[in-house]
Ligand binder design. Structure first.
Ligand code: ADP
Ligand code: TRP
Length: 323
């Protein structure tokens, strides 16, 4: 089964990203034909600066590799390295109407906020469809917010197949309704935009600061605490096996544990869980050539699939092949 997903390099990756997307991808590469890429072209829709994009892109690549993305088992590349995706974006744009694109939530939300959206934001779903269809993805794991984009990709694939000939696999979204939202330090959804994240590879000092800042109610040491409404427990439980989670739940329910101790236990758990990955990340940072070479190999693998597809598409459209 070919599974494909992309992640925008939009800032430091946090526990919410790890437990919803990254860990899942690392697991998928054991059992599936995993295609995973860093969506730097999509990031141009929220472009801030060249340096920031370069740094975030490198950080995202290193983070995925450190956390276990294995280029031997999967195809892992940088979106902009496969230029065919931009060519396919153009072809696919013939299979969607201006009306449909103006109904995309990603576009409508910005317009509703009074922002004058760029044409790139408007085209965002077409580029995303090209990402998916170019590689013949069968299943695409995404967050709920991407559901509509997947429907667009399916529509474009169906329309292209009907107009020009069967070439595209119709992708199925995988939307994990069950993945509880990972809460941030303020108890809301953990998100870069809320400034409430615990970042996977921040310094130990910074992680300590984030963990210690998790908001709690005023229950004292001698009172039982409700694990189900408690962000410390909810985050901590993500790291645990069922039996350990039950044990921790009982600690919350039994008087005698203060929030200070609960936070210290969570901090120790976070640092311990990521210690080996942190070491791997440091090694990668000290060996940028290796990272570059790895991405180069990923690019070659991804391009081989992409070129084969783009040739078929050109052929169906009556556009001469370049090769
Ligand atoms: P952010 O909200 O920090 O900007 P992104 O929008 O870049 O995060 O999210 C990338 C992926 O991680 C998406 O698939 C999203 O659904 C998932 N994700 C982000 N934050 C959380 C969270 N707190 N809980 C669960 N999943 C999350
Ligand atoms: N739009 C996705 C997001 O913001 C990232 C993305 C780009 C993607 N291309 C994709 C996800 C293709 C899945 C498949 O999360």
């Amino acid at each position: 089964m070919r599974i494909l997903t992309g992640v925008q390099p939009s800032g430091k990756l946090h526990l919410g990203n790890y437990f919803s997307v990254i860990r899942k991808m690392i697991q998928y590469q054991e059992s599936s034909d995993l295609y995973c890429f860093i969506a730097n072209l999509h990031s141009l829709t929220t472009f801030k600066s060249k340096t920031e994009l370069e740094e975030n892109t490198f950080d995202a690549m290193v983070t995925f590799l450190a956390l276990g993305m294995d280029p031997q088992k999967s195809t892992f590349w940088l979106q902009s390295d496969v230029a065919e995706v931009q060519e396919l974006t153009w072809y696919l744009s013939t299979c969607i109407t201006v009306n449909q694109l103006s109904l995309a939530h990603s576009f409508k939300d910005k317009t509703a906020k009074g922002i004058n959206p760029s044409a790139a934001l408007y085209y965002y779903p077409v580029l995303m469809a090209a990402d998916i269809l170019l590689f013949g993805a069968e299943k695409v794991p995404v967050g709920k917010d991407q559901k509509q984009h997947l429907e667009y990709a399916r529509n474009m694939a169906e329309k292209f197949n009907a107009n020009y000939g069967e070439v595209f696999q119709i992708p199925e979204p995988e939307i994990d309704e069950g993945t509880a939202l990972v809460p941030g330090t303020d108890g809301q959804k953990m998100s870069k935009s809320y400034g409430n994240t615990i970042n996977i590879f921040d310094s130990e000092k910074m992680i300590k600061k984030s963990v210690m800042s998790i908001v709690t109610d005023s229950a004292g040491i001698d009172e039982p605490k409700d694990p189900d409404t408690n962000a410390i427990f909810q985050i901590h439980s993500l790291f645990l096996q069922d039996s350990q989670r039950e044990e921790l739940r009982n600690k919350y329910l039994t008087p005698g544990m203060g929030y200070g101790d609960a936070k210290k236990a969570l901090l120790a758990c976070v640092l311990d869980y990521f210690a080996a990955y942190r070491k791997k990340r440091d090694d990668l940072l000290a060996n940028k050539d290796y990272v570059e070479q790895t991405m180069q190999k990923g690019k070659n693998k991804a391009r081989a699939t992409a070129q084969e597809m783009i040739d078929k598409v050109r052929n169906l459209l009556g556009i001469p092949s370049i090769t």
